[in-house]
Every structure is written in C-alpha cells, then in structure tokens.
Design a protein around this ligand. Structure first.
Ligand code: BES
Ligand code: MN
Ligand code: ZN
Length: 511
C-alpha cells in the first residue's frame, strides 16, 4: 500500500515528484489555502492568479497540474479544489480535506512520491488528509503494478498507485500528529482490505475462501476465530444460513472473529451480511440487476475490516465480528418460494421470495450474537434496493431498536465523513409479514421495503440489547466514475463508522 510519512521538509525543499496545494472558491476568485505559502512564494505570490489563468476555480475535486516555479525542489505543483472557503475563524472541514487529498492522490497515479501541503491546523485535519490520500490512491490488487498474471490486463508503472504520501505542515515530532497519522494508515489499510474483498470476482471469493481470509488475518493479528461449516450449521439448526446456501455448490459458513482487550469492560458485536454472490435464487434476478451482485458481501467485509482495525489500534473494547456467509443460487437443491425454514432462534419463516435472502442469514447471526449478551449489536448489510431508492447511492440508512443508539450511530457516521440518515421502523408494517404457515414471512409490503427488512431483523435480536442496522445497499459499491477518495467498485462503506463506534465504546462515551 501507499506509504504515509510525516515530513519535516517544507513544501519548497521536499524532494518529490509533485507537491499538492489546496485552492478554494473565494468571493473574488481562486484563493490559495493555508499550507501553500512556500509554494506561493516561489510563484512570486501569484499562484492564485496563475491558477485562474489556467481555468481553476477552486471547486471541490478540481485538479490543476502546473510546472513548478524556480526554488521548488518538486518539478510539478498539483492544485486541488477544496470547494467554498470556510467562514472566518473556521478551518476547512475534514471531509473537504479528505476528498481533496483523495482526488489529488488519484491524479498522481504512477508517481513515486508527493508532498501534501494542504491546510492541517491540527492532528485531526492531518489524519483526514492522510486518510483521504491513502483511500484515493487505492487500486484493486490485481491491477497494482507487478500483480498482473502476465496474461490479460497489463499493468505498468503508470498505473501503479502513488508510492508515498508525505504530509507537510503538520508537527512531525508531535505525539498527537504521529498517532493521528498511524491511525489513518491502519484505517485506510483496513478499508482497502474490505474493498479488495468486495472487488474480487465471485468465482474467486466464496464462503469458504472468505472464511479462510478471516483465519489468515486472525493469525496475523492475534484474533480468535471460529468457523462453522455446513455440517456444523446444519447440526446447530441454522435454518436461515442453510436455507439460503443450500442451492449453491459453495456451502455457507458462519465466522466468529473476536478481538478482546484485557482492560475492556464493554463488548460490541458486529454482524455482516456476506452473500458472496446474490443471483436471487429461484426468484432469479433479471439481467441488469445481477452484474454487480458480488458486492452483496460488503457488510461482512466491513465488519471483518473493522474487527481487524480495532485489534491493530489496540482499542480497549472487545469487538466480536459475525460474518454470515452464503452464496444465493438457483438449483435443484435451492430453497423454493413457499418453503418454510426453521431459524436458529426457533422461529419459522415462510420464504416468499428467495431474493430476500440477506435477512435470513442475518437473522441467524443476530440470534447467535445475542446469545453472548453484548453491550450493543450493529449489523451492516447491502439489504434492500428500496434503501437505494430512498437515499440514493451515497447515503446509508440507519434503523435501530433504541432511538438514542440510532442517534449516536448517525452522529458518529457524520463525524467520520460517512453520509447516513436515520430511518424509522413503523410497527404497522409488521403485519404485512404475517404468514398463514409460519411465524413470519421473509417479505412484506413493497412500499417501505427497507423498513420492512429492518422490522424482520428486529425479531431476531435479543430483547434488551441496543441494536442498529445499517443498510449500505446504496454506498457499498460505486459504479460511476471515481470521485474524491471513492474509487470505482467496492468503497469500504461503514468501516469508518464501525471503528469510531468501537473507539467511542472504549472511551466509555456510549451507554
Ligand atoms: N442484495 C439485494 C439488495 C441490493 C440491491 C443490494 C441493490 C445492492 C444493490 C437483496 O438481497 C435483495 O435482493 N433485496 C430485495 C428484497 C425484496 C425481494 C423483498 C430487493 O431489494 O429487491
Ligand atoms: Mn437478494
Ligand atoms: Zn442480497
């Protein structure tokens, strides 16, 4: 991965391929952001004027490259737009910094080293720049330089991710800055781990290989891991996981991956939907709706990455991850619409639509997670198309059985720069899932489908445990052109929220 360093050099003396500066929209045109003073000086104080001549406006994500002036060691200056100038006395928002750093890092693909001279007032701003740059520099593993299989796709040095991000203007000898940079590096590495898993084609990642990934990481980072295979799942009565997985040649798995800290007095349980491919099953998805369904394990990838991040950061909280892994395929052994499954909780579910499979695998994992009486449970899932219709492609929905907990999760997401919105779980939608042959059906009213799914899950969560459900169907997988620090493909949605939630729990800020 791209390296992150805190540099003691100035933007003028740093030896690098490029130096990145920030520009913003001012009342009278382009304004050069703090941090770029040395660069501006080399341009005789006329950097803003030069950039305007080149057509720069300071708009968010805008990238302008220009040859460096005499007196700068780096041959290229890259000006990146930060958007509107903040009000007097306010610094640039962390998310604006993250996005700008991401856009710059992306535009520097193929370069070895770049200095980032963006406005970093404090350690948190430096962390945002570091995080944005490392996330923006991401390229899917097989496309990284040297990783080619020698056939198919050619990878040359030009397509290699930016090699090193040197943060300028911070306080490299300050403990707070060092800790912030180290945290960004770990967090970005784990988000990129989730992205790699999501981007893997579904013929390379099935429940078994996903579980093996968890075992390998557990060994590396000292985590406890248990894998229930199809035999254990059948014996244990995991009717939801078995019912969804039984149509596939690649049988299901339930992975428990746990990080414990000797001084922890709180335990957070994270549950992830891990459908390695969602064809819809017998209720087969039509063409046009199944091409990106390898992304249906994004929740499990986020949970996995967050548990490893908590361990690498040494947080004083126990974090247990539950990965509900299955492949949803149609076949002669697949669950039929009309079948009744007996879930791990003992409840029976009439499967009316085999494409509503996520709630079935999550239900078993939520019941199992509840048995350990954690202090809170958060599940993450690409659960419903309805949530994408409601909130679009960049915002995840948050539902919960506890209003205060839902508010906390929403605030935490906002703080780390993940767009989310609280959603209700109106109790009148429950009756739509009434079944004449089972305790409930896996489908209800079409209207409010995301909320119906939330209500279904709620039935499988332990009574007194605060629980939140993040439906990341919109933001998990990005099909458009890259922007800011968001690449095409897997995004790593929810990892930052989960990690900050663990940090807050460790600090005793929650419940
Ligand atoms: N994995 C899909 C949801 C999804 C849609 C994820 C778009 C990412 C992007 C889920 O399993 C699904 O198929 N849900 C159905 C539920 C319905 C049958 C009740 C849906 O949303 O249509
Ligand atoms: Mn589905
Ligand atoms: Zn699905």
């Amino acid at each position: 991965m791209t390296a992150l360093t805190l540099s003691t050099s100035s933007a003028a003396t740093l030896r690098a391929d490029a130096v990145v500066v920030g520009v913003a929209k001012g009342a009278k045109g382009v304004v050069v952001a703090p941090g770029a003073e040395a660069v501006d000086k080399a341009f005789g104080g006329k950097l803003a004027a030069v950039l305007e001549t080149l057509g720069a406006s300071g708009a968010e994500g805008e990238v302008t490259k220009l040859p460096a002036a005499d007196g700068l060691k780096a041959p290229v200056v890259l000006a990146v737009g930060l958007g509107e100038t903040p009000a007097k006395g306010d610094g640039f928002g962390h998310e604006a910094l993250r996005r700008a750093a991401g856009s710059a890092a992306r535009a520097l693909t193929g370069s070895k080293k770049a200095g980032f001279a963006l406005p970093v007032e404090d350690a948190e701003a430096a962390a945002a720049v570091g995080e944005g740059a490392l996330l923006g520099a991401y390229t899917y593993a097989p496309n990284r330089n040297g990783a080619s299989n020698g056939k198919g796709k050619k990878n040359d040095a030009k397509s290699a991710p930016l090699g090193e991000v040197a943060l300028l203007g911070g306080k490299p000898r300050d403990k707070e800055f060092q800790a912030a940079a180290a945290r960004s590096e770990t967090l970005a590495a784990e988000i990129n781990r989730a992205r790699d898993l999501i981007n893997l084609p579904p013929n390379d990642l099935d429940p078994k290989t996903f579980a093996a990934e968890a075992q390998t990481a557990a060994k590396e980072f000292g985590l406890k891991v248990e894998v229930l295979d199809e035999k254990a799942l059948k014996k244990g009565g995991y009717g939801g996981l078995m019912g969804v997985g039984q149509g596939s040649q690649s049988p299901p798995r339930l992975v428990r991956i746990a990080y414990t800290h000797p001084k922890a007095d709180k335990t957070l349980a994270l549950v992830g939907k891990g459908i390695t491919y969602d064809s819809g099953g017998i209720s087969l998805k039509p063409a046009g709706h199944n091409e990106t369904m390898k992304c249906d394990m994004s929740g499990a990838a986020a949970v996995f990455a967050a548990v490893v991040a908590a361990a690498r950061l040494g947080l004083a909280v126990n974090v247990t991850g539950w990965l509900a892994l299955a492949e949803n395929m149609p076949s002669g052994s697949a669950t039929r619409p009309g079948d009744v499954l007996t879930m791990y909780s003992g409840k029976t579910v009439e499967v009316l639509n085999t494409d509503a499979e996520g709630r079935l695998v999550l239900a078993d994992a939520l019941t199992r997670a509840s048995e350990e009486s954690p202090d809170a449970i958060v599940d993450v899932a690409t659960l419903t198309g309805a949530m994408v219709l409601a909130l679009g492609h960049r915002t995840f929905g948050i539902m919960a059985n506890d209003d205060a907990f839902r508010t906390s999760v929403h605030e935490i997401a906002e703080e780390v720069g993940e767009q989310s919105w609280p959603m209700p779980m109106p109790s009148e939608l429950r009756k739509g899932m009434d079944s004449p042959v089972a305790d409930l059906a896996n489908m209800g009213e079409r209207m409010g489908g995301g909320l119906v799914a939330g209500l279904f899950l709620k039935e499988f969560v332990g009574e007194d445990i605060p629980w939140a459900h993040l439906d990341i169907a919109g933001p998990a997988f990005h099909e458009g052109a890259p922007w800011g620090y968001t690449p095409k493909g897997g995004t790593g949605s929810a990892v930052r929220t989960l990690v900050r939630l663990a940090e807050r729990t460790a600090a005793g800020d929650l419940g």
